[in-house]
Design a protein around this ligand. Structure first.
Ligand code: ADP
Ligand code: MG
Length: 421
């Protein structure tokens, strides 16, 4: 009786209309335009970004939409449906990083902070703006609702201030977008105080429709890997566990710190410097460290995960249809990624483990947690016609376990941030 609940993406038209209507209602004026930026989901390559490894995200059709109008002064005013009653007002001359007197509260930091970061990157005296945000990226679900905010602000400011960095979604300026990524990461790290790597913002700004983004996190270089699921009658089911095991309780930082200690012990700059062939010797050496058990496990995850990511990219690029043995191998790589994150990186949780087990039992070709872990979302690669059945099986497993009902998304590799027509 209880059909699984899918979180639909707003169409571009719906997004533009909703953001414009909110803008008109609150600011009693016409916006200059509506810009958007997508959330993302990572296919494979988890906890590799801060180790200089590979990740493989896609942009989601779920987006943050920002109706924005340039101002002649340095004031920024922001509103969202959740905060309709109270417009956030700040000034670009006085805002500053978290923990300083200019600290910006809540979500406004992710938007106004981008102007702050761009000014520190040499784009001085940016204009203020009024903006209305309407986002359908699930909040805190590991799908990067935060990067969607930053990147929508980045492309909007880029255009109204004439920075000329972004190009268009059809003809993106990738080097310019990489610079916007850097500024959005700085916003998240310094203005919002979240120590995340660059995968989320790269996905939102640099992905291509129908493709996954192979991101080399050492130098920020990218390649666009064909991942046209619909053409293969496949779908990527995202399972938002709704579980909240916050990364703020130090787990994320503890994993990063362990990776740094392991790299230092091995005399390399980053764990990505260890080739898969050299992993056995590296683990042997780590076994004499004080915290050998932890360092061995974390290193084994990172190095094998980078190898799995490279292998999955090679498969997707070989030009053969994603069927039969190739599809089975992609599924095995996803499954192995989850096992590595569960056993060696110890960043899954019961909700994530149950989601992937139930999805596999219901016929998924492969399934894994995605994002930072400790809650958030899982993904399952399934036949397009089986999406609802797999979702129903996961929902039933959650009910059996007494978990809160999960939410589902149908993920399609979508376009990067840009301006709506
Ligand atoms: P994730 O990026 O995985 O969704 P984060 O904790 O990084 O989770 O970002 C969530 C934060 O982003 C929220 O706490 C809020 O400050 C901000 N945010 C995202 N989407 C919205 C929205 N639609 N309205 C207001 N704030 C939002
Ligand atoms: Mg985030």
């Amino acid at each position: 009786n209880d059909a699984p609940v899918f979180a639909p993406a707003m169409s571009p038209k719906e997004g533009a209309e909703a953001a414009t209507a909110l803008f008109r209602e609150v600011f009693e004026a016409e916006p200059d335009g509506v810009w958007y930026a997508p959330g993302r989901v990572n296919i494979i390559g988890e906890h590799t970004d801060y180790n200089g490894g590979l990740a493989l995200p896609i942009a989601l059709p779920h987006r943050a939409h920002l109706a924005l109008r340039r101002r002649d002064d340095r004031t920024v005013r922001l509103v969202s449906p959740q905060t309709r009653e109270k417009v956030d007002v700040m000034n670009l001359d006085t805002i500053g990083p978290k923990g300083t007197p200019g600290e910006v509260a809540h979500w406004a930091a992710y938007i106004a902070g981008v102007a702050w970061a761009l000014e520190r990157d040499g784009f001085e005296d940016l204009p203020g703006f009024d903006a209305a945000l309407v986002s359908c990226v699930p909040l805190g679900g590991g799908l990067s609702s935060s990067a969607a905010l930053e990147c929508s602000a980045a492309v909007a400011i880029d255009e109204v201030a004439g920075l000329g960095l972004a190009g268009t979604p059809e003809e993106p300026d990738d080097a310019g977008r990489a610079r916007l990524v850097t500024n959005c990461v700085r916003t998240e790290n310094e203005m919002a105080g979240a120590p995340t790597g660059g995968m989320d913002q790269s996905a939102s700004l640099r992905c291509r429709e129908g493709h996954a983004l192979e991101l080399d996190c050492r130098d920020g270089s990218v390649a666009h890997v064909p991942f046209d699921l619909a053409a293969e009658d496949l779908a990527l089911l995202v399972i938002d566990t709704k579980a909240k095991h916050s990364l703020d309780d130090g787990q994320y930082g503890a994993r990063r710190a362990a990776c740094e200690r392991a790299a230092q012990f091995l005399g390399v700059e980053l764990l990505a410097d260890i080739a898969i062939e050299d992993l056995p010797q590296a683990l042997e050496r780590l076994s004499s460290a004080d915290d050998a058990d932890e360092l061995v496990k974390r290193t084994r995850h990172v190095v094998t995960e980078i190898d799995r990511t490279r292998r999955l990219v090679d498969l997707l690029q070989d030009g053969r249809p994603l069927r039969g043995e190739k599809l089975a191998e992609v599924g095995r790589l996803m499954d192995a990624s989850h096992e590595s994150l569960r056993v060696d990186y110890e960043c899954t949780c019961p909700e994530l483990d149950v989601a992937v087990e139930a999805a596999r039992a219901a016929g998924a070709h492969g399934a894994r947690m995605t994002g930072g872990g400790f809650g958030g979302s899982a993904i399952a690669l399934v036949d397009a016609k089986a999406v609802r059945a797999v979702a129903a099986a996961v929902a039933q497993a959650y009910e059996r376990e007494g978990f809160n009902p999960p939410a589902f998304l149908d993920a399609v590799p979508a376009a990067p941030a840009g301006r709506l027509p």
